[in-house]
Design a protein around this ligand. Sequence first.
Ligand code: FES
Ligand code: FES
Length: 150
Amino acid sequence: MASYNLKINGKTNKVDVDPSTPLLWVLRDSLNMVGTKFGCGMAQCGACTIHLDGNAVRSCVLPVSAIGKQDVTTIEGLSEKGEHPVQKAWLEHDVAQCGYCQTGQIMTATALLKKNPNPTDAEIDAAMSGNICRCGTYLRIKEAIKSVKQ
Ligand code: FES
Ligand code: FES
């Protein structure tokens, strides 16, 4: 066990966990922040995507000991009431079906749009290619991303 002071969604959270614990399980089990989902546990599906200093990363393979002073943002920290422009676009385009993958999709999309507010179709495809949706919502995800006015 070791103690970590993690900066998550603008607040410092103290956790006592094994250094090898993936951030995903610290979020879900230690901090009860269950918006971030477990899919594959092998960095293959994107369900667990969060932001680390603004970059979209897979929290299922990110050991808590590797975070240090970097800022973590989860879906809970994106906006208070779902009013982030990407979340609004998701609602307008009725993107979600079962919804399971959508936290990861939104976190990847928000990281993309922050760096590149007007991505081309190819840039959207490249950025989103690691986020799997078993319900096949890909076309609506793309339309929603393209509709976001930052
Ligand atoms: S659960 Fe992390 S990429 Fe699938
Ligand atoms: S909405 Fe069901 S897995 Fe993507």
